[in-house]
Design a protein around this ligand. Structure first.
Ligand SMILES: *Cc1c(COP(=O)(O)O)cnc(C)c1O
Length: 459
């Protein structure tokens, strides 16, 4: 018999988690104004809100924390991280920041001007926020297959080159500061971008003289899918694939809370010294001096170890297969999910799941609340609440997909936990015909409203 698949680690420290009753959860979610971000973590049993900063560090990372160098300037921790970024990702220059959006803030302060357009593959919410905050616009050039959850395209994060070229030829050169390629593409379901696509985007952008920036939060998971799915890469190591991926970028932003496997941190890396010098000015103003930015020495140390661990094949196999395990269980029951299963999360197609809830009543949020009530499992809406209102018209933007995202933290839960999540969703699926109403907004912020929105149940 073939040996079954198991975790490539054993557990040295544990953290208790708590079950609750449905009555308790009904009260808690009401008190939270039906916003899952407002729950206390102890009111959650299995927390799949995000894979950001929620992973478990290894013993080697904890050991590196102890040897962190907290010098203001020129710490050994800074050089450890600098070396890891150069050796693994291939960038000569880098600036530490406190997390990914801070990297965006610093880099975009240099690059993005009012009226600019920034094409990309379904920009992440903070990325779009930082673009729109500067009175510029993000243009989505993702391939159409990404919006068909049943399509089995192996690289649904890919950029449609015709859409990209049409942006490049419609706008003036100085109106397009960069193209942003998100690896993997979170918004379309943790879907990877192929090496061929990275190569093509780079070639096209060179032709038009446009900078290529990778939003790299899940670069290692992207590399895993290239190895698994792209002809010619089966025999290559993850390190070789990662090196080739970043050879097509001029700069990158990183949320280390994902594929850095640390709880906080981020950075910008670039090949060009002039861009580094210009970005340094803003980094010093917003984040901190260049050799620590927004990070403690100990955190930079843990990140440098994390970058090594995340590019280990055994780690990645384990990671991606756990997400796939949950996805497969749901698919066996016919629960509609984004296919193929992505790298960090299972995305449930809420519009297909809850057919009777009108789109004005926040379908994916309704499903997220049902799941919390059912089993204390916290997922997150990736739908109309997240899409915000159009900054010009003030109208709700209804995105092409209305998803419930179940993000799996790295090295944190076992497949027993995945089974609980799967059965909870199955129970809701069995009674889905009875769910006909969702929620209305009571209160919302002008930008990135999903974090703080308050809702009221519609009966
Ligand atoms: C998380 C994330 C960011 C923002 O990073 P933070 O560390 O949360 O500030 C940017 N882009 C992508 C693709 C992300 O997943």
């Amino acid at each position: 018999m073939e040996l079954p698949f198991a975790e490539s680690y054993r557990i040295k420290m544990v953290e208790p988690i708590f079950k609750s009753t449905r009555e308790q959860r009904e009260q808690w979610i009401k008190d939270a104004h039906y916003n899952l971000f407002n729950l206390k973590s102890e009111q959650v049993y299995i927390d799949l809100l995000t894979d950001s900063g929620t992973g478990a560090m290894s013993h080697n990372q904890w050991a590196a924390m102890m040897t962190g160098d907290e010098s203001y300037a020129g710490s050994s921790s800074y050089y450890n991280l600098k070396n890891a970024i150069r050796d693994i990702l291939g960038f000569e220059y880098f600036l530490p920041t406190h997390q990914g959006r801070a990297a965006e803030n610093v880099l975009f302060s240099v690059l993005v001007k009012p009226g600019n357009v920034v094409p990309g593959n379904s920009h992440f919410d903070t990325t779009k926020g930082h673009i729109e905050y500067r009175s510029a616009s993000a243009i989505d050039c993702t391939i159409d297959e990404a919006f068909d959850t049943e399509s089995l395209h192996p690289f649904k994060g890919n950029i449609d080159l015709e859409k990209l070229e049409s942006v490049y030829s419609t706008y003036q050169h100085d109106e397009i500061p960069m193209v942003i390629v998100t690896l993997t593409c979170n918004t379309s379901g943790g879907q990877p971008v192929s090496m061929q696509n990275l190569k093509d985007v780079s070639r096209l952008s060179k032709k038009y003289g446009i900078k290529v920036v990778f939003d790299s939060a899940r670069f290692a998971e992207n590399a895993w899918f290239i190895k698994e799915r792209e002809p010619g890469y089966e025999e290559k190591s993850i390190r070789e694939i990662v090196a080739e991926m970043f050879s097509y970028a001029d700069a990158m932003t990183m949320s280390s809370k994902k594929d850095g496997i640390v709880n906080i941190g981020g950075f910008i890396a670039m090949k060009d010294e002039e861009l580094f010098q210009n970005a340094s000015v803003f980094n010093i103003m917003y984040e901190g001096f260049n050799t620590y930015g927004g990070m403690a020495g100990r955190d930079m140390n843990a990140l440098s170890v994390g970058l090594n661990e995340v590019t280990d094949e055994h780690y990645l196999e384990n990671r991606v297969k756990q997400v796939e395990y949950l996805g497969n269980r749901l698919m066996e029951w016919g629960i509609p999910v984004q296919k193929p299963i992505g790298g960090h999360a299972v995305f449930v197609d809420a519009r297909k799941f809850l057919k009777h809830v009108p789109k004005e009543e926040y379908i994916a949020q309704t499903l997220a609340i049902e799941l919390y009530l059912e089993a204390g499992v916290r997922g997150v809406e990736v739908g109309t609440l997240l899409a915000d209102r159009d900054p010009k018209s003030g109208e709700n933007r209804f995105p092409k997909l209305e998803m419930l995202r179940l993000a799996i933290p790295r090295r944190t839960y076992t497949n027993n936990h995945m089974d609980v999540v799967a059965v909870a969703l199955k129970n809701i699926f069995d009674r889905r015909e009875k769910i006909v109403h969702g929620f209305r907004i009571e209160k919302e912020a002008p930008i990135m409203r999903h974090f703080t929105v308050e809702l009221e149940r519609i009966d």
